[in-house]
Structures are given as structure tokens and as C-alpha cells.
Ligand binder design. Structure first.
Ligand code: FMN
Length: 245
């Protein structure tokens, strides 16, 4: 499955089965984590078979059956660290989905203390990604949670300011942006197309905003064509198109 197909398939999953993830899935995820840690200067870690921080009690009933997760940690000294964790973390989410696994970003409904045992003192760690095997269909409770969070789904026109008619690659990028996960489904990263350039901006009013920014930027990059352009990190930074259509 390619990344565009994974974007279409991805939806937050909160109830996991007892089936363990396969060694080949773990190997593929670990390889991607190593590459992303190298590219982003991050320290994301995979934990297998220990889901206590996301138990029903610690997650206020939001999750069940969590056994595996990825700790999203990186150096506090990097001012773009959290945005990078969003960008590279979402790459891991889409890989997990393409491997047939269910995933959910978690920034609030878990015990941060239980995860923090694995964090260095000079690192920032607010979010994790839980992953594992899921049933093809939502359980009734999972469906109810998903529906209550996703009541409002914004459209491309609500997320893109334009000064002139945008080219097809901008519209394609935005079609992937509107499918991105965001904390409390806020969908608040805005894109601007002006003078033949795209930039992305978020208010930075909420704790999770840098993660949402990084996630939305990765979705744009995939939708606009993998390898055809790349982002600078930073709020308001620009997408550089390498290939003109
Ligand atoms: C940074 C971030 C933090 C999140 N934190 C939580 C969380 O603590 N608990 C939870 O159940 N879902 C969490 N989510 C999942 C969102 O609620 C979900 O992405 C949103 O409702 C859109 O639904 P979808 O992912 O199914 O498209 C988080 C998502 C993001 C991106």
C-alpha cells in the first residue's frame, strides 16, 4: 500500500485485539523509526507488549487492549522538535496502517508519568502513538467515540487561503490535509497559497498545535506528490516545489 492509500484508510482506532504484532511489522517500523530519528535528530522509541500507560483506567476508558506504542521524544533544545515529532510520527502512523495495523495519536488520555520513565531529562515528550491489531469493524463504543470527536470535518476551502487560482498539486495536497488526524479534531493548521508558494501556519494556542502542524505538512507533501517538493520546519514556513507542473 502506498502512502496516499494509507491516508485514505487511516482512522484513529482505540480498541485493540490480543493478537501480537508480527516480527516483520516490528522490523519495518523500527527501520523507519531509525531513519526518521536520524533525519529529524529525534529519539522516538518503540515499546512492545507493555500498554499500562493506556489501560482503561489510565486512558479514562478511551482505549482498550493497547500493548504497543511509540514514544515521541526529542531534544528540548530544538525549537522545531515537536513539529518534527508530528511530521515524522505521522510517517510512522501511515507505515503502520500500510502494514495492516490500527493506530491512534495520544496526547491527553494516558498516564504520562508511566511513559516518562523512558525519557531523558533534556527531552520533550508529550505524545505517543499506540498501535496494534484491530478488528476490521469498529466496536460500538469505538464508533461512538469516533463519531463524537469527528462531528465536524472541514473542507479544503476552510483550510486554504488563496490569492489566485491554485494549481492542481496544491488542491491535491489539501485533499490529503483534510484527512489528517488532529488533536480533538481541531483541524486548525491553515495553508496559504500566494505568489506561487504554499506556506502552513497554526495559531499555537494549544499544547498539541506543533504536532498538528507537522502532521498536516506531511499530509500536504504526500498529496502534492512524494519527492516533488519539501517543507522547511517552523510555523509559517514554506513548501518548496522542486518540480514545476
Ligand atoms: C496530536 C494528537 C493528539 C491526540 N490525542 C488523543 C488522545 O489523547 N486521545 C484520543 O482518544 N485521541 C487523540 N487523538 C486523536 C484525535 O482525536 C483524532 O485524530 C481526531 O478526532 C480525528 O479523527 P481520526 O484520527 O479518526 O481522523 C489525538 C490526535 C492528535 C493528532
Amino acid at each position: 500500500m502506498d502512502y496516499l492509500a494509507a491516508i485514505d484508510k487511516r482512522v484513529s482506532r482505540r480498541h485493540f485485539t490480543k493478537d501480537p504484532v508480527l516480527p516483520m511489522q516490528i522490523t519495518a517500523l523500527q527501520r523507519a523509526l531509525d531513519e526518521s530519528n536520524g533525519s529529524g535528530g529525534l529519539n522516538m522509541k518503540m515499546i512492545i507488549g507493555r500498554g499500562e500507560p493506556f489501560s482503561a483506567r489510565n486512558s479514562f476508558g478511551m482505549f482498550s487492549g493497547v500493548q504497543n506504542y511509540i514514544i515521541l521524544a526529542g531534544p528540548e533544545s530544538d525549537k522545531n522538535c515537536e513539529e518534527k515529532l508530528g511530521y515524522f510520527g505521522e510517517g510512522i502512523v501511515l507505515l503502520a496502517v500500510s502494514l495492516g495495523l490500527g493506530t491512534c495519536w495520544v496526547g491527553g488520555t494516558y498516564s504520562r508519568e508511566l511513559v516518562s520513565e523512558n525519557i531523558e531529562p533534556d527531552e520533550v515528550m508529550k505524545c505517543c502513538i499506540v498501535f496494534g491489531n484491530v478488528k476490521p469493524r469498529f466496536s460500538p463504543k469505538e464508533l461512538a467515540v469516533s463519531k463524537s470527536l469527528k462531528r465536524n470535518i472541514k473542507e479544503v476551502k476552510d483550510r486554504l487561503y488563496v490569492e489566485e487560482t491554485p494549481p492542481n498539486w496544491v488542491v491535491a495536497g489539501m485533499r490529503s490535509v483534510v484527512k489528517a488526524p488532529s488533536a480533538r479534531n481541531r483541524q486548525s493548521t491553515m495553508f496559504i497559497y500566494a505568489s506561487d508558494r504554499v506556506s502552513a501556519k497554526i495559531d499555537m494556542k494549544n499544547d498539541m498545535d506543533p504536532y498538528d502542524l507537522g502532521i498536516a505538512k506531511l499530509h500536504f507533501e504526500i498529496g502534492a506528490g512524494i519527492g516533488k517538493g519539501s517543507w522547511d520546519f517552523g510555523n509559517g514556513a514554506v513548501y518548496e516545489r522542486h518540480e514545476k507542473d
